[in-house]
Design a protein around this ligand. Structure first.
Ligand SMILES: NC(=O)c1ccc[n+]([C@@H]2O[C@H](COP(=O)([O-])OP(=O)(O)OC[C@H]3O[C@@H](n4cnc5c(N)ncnc54)[C@H](O)[C@@H]3O)[C@@H](O)[C@H]2O)c1
Length: 317
């Protein structure tokens, strides 16, 4: 029986992925961990407080629960990372080194570590950005993710660590709030729309970015982790594509259900980051190697999010 440790379990991705892992592997076989211990989810299932940069504490938890797989999600994201690049490098790189080292020492079965479209930069092709191309990221977040990808490939080639990775686009869900990325507007906008307010967007009209609905992202992650090891041919990180859209397209999609909703534009420092990234991604390698196929388009995602957020709002009263 697999025993799973999730690191960064209270983040936007972790809080949903941990629930799915518990459904799949059983409540008692999934240990949630995070730097924060004050989250409401800390009382749901097994929880351990962990700073992933503390290798000793990580080893203690792995031994205590006889962990066989780690999902290492803790990171400082693109926008907050620019505010403290030294800290972003330390958390993003030292954390990954600690996880890969414990995987090597304890011969863990599998490791999952997400990368990002932030590994690409202004020199990368903008449309259908290929799996293998010029990278040259310009944010500390992207630089740490690119270095991390190479480290994963190295640990796989040199030590046989079965580490797998996906370059997520902007993730959009309704259950949890985003943690300081450049695509956060595409989550925030739905909350404002459902609460009957208008939205001021921090990206400009026409700024298309690759995005994905959380349900697709989680399903794809679990499919990658379930695939036989010999099918995983890319050991840096897989390009992974869902939907690509600009702010005015998500506005139009929301207006199909909430016609009175409107949006203005007030671009900030995140505009520059967004402009350095691809607008759409070629994920044919993920499709070929382990059968990846997204299910949600923009309108289907909007309908699902708005329905669920409205339900939440009614239940809150
Ligand atoms: N959300 C996205 O759109 C997106 C896109 C591309 C890649 N990713 C990647 O997916 C992963 C999860 O992202 P997210 O959106 O859930 O991030 P998030 O910021 O919402 O959550 C990160 C979690 O990690 C925790 N954490 C921070 N420092 C820690 C430390 N030192 N030790 C232990 N825990 C720590 C935080 O408390 C938080 O709960 C990250 O690696 C991120 O780079 C996310």
């Amino acid at each position: 029986m697999e025993k799973i440790l999730v690191i960064g379990a209270f983040g936007q991705l972790g809080s949903e992925l941990t629930d799915e892992l518990r459904k799949k592997f059983g409540e008692t076989n999934v240990v949630a961990s995070d730097l924060r211990s004050d989250h409401p989810k800390a009382s749901e299932g097994i929880f351990e407080q962990l700073d992933v940069t503390d290798a000793g504490r990580l080893a203690e938890i792995v031994e205590k629960y006889e962990i066989t797989q780690i999902y290492h999600l803790a990171a400082l994201l693109s926008s907050v990372g620019e505010g403290n690049p030294q800290l972003a490098w330390r958390i993003n790189m030292d954390g990954l080194v600690n996880v890969l080292e414990i995987a090597r020492e304890k011969k863990l079965n599998k490791i999952y570590w997400p990368s990002s479209i932030a590994v690409f930069g202004p020199d990368s092709p903008k449309q259908h950005t290929p799996q293998f191309t010029v990278m040259n990221p310009t944010t500390i977040y992207g630089i740490s993710k690119l270095a991390g990808e190479q480290l994963c490939a190295y640990y796989h080639a040199k030590f046989g660590v079965d580490v797998r990775s996906i370059r997520y686009p902007g993730l959009i869900g309704w259950k949890s709030m985003p943690g300081g990325g450049t695509t956060d507007y595409a989550v925030d906008i739905y909350h404002k729309a459902v609460e009957g307010e208008n939205y001021s967007c921090f990206l400009n009209e026409g700024t298309a970015l690759p995005m994905m609905y959380m349900d697709d992202a989680i399903r794809g992650t679990l499919e990658l982790m379930d695939a036989p090891a010999e099918q995983i041919k890319v050991r840096t990180s897989y390009n992974f594509s869902g939907i690509s859209f600009a702010p005015e397209e998500i506005l139009a999609s929301i207006q199909k259900t909430i016609p009175e909703f409107n949006m203005s534009y007030a671009p900030d420092h995140r505009q520059q980051i967004a402009e350095s990234w691809p607008q759409s991604i070629d994920d044919s390698k993920a499709h070929e190697d382990w059968g990846w196929k997204p299910e949600f388009d923009l309108d289907r995602m909007s309908e699902d999010i708005i329905t669920n957020l409205k339900k939440n709002l009614v239940e809150a009263f």
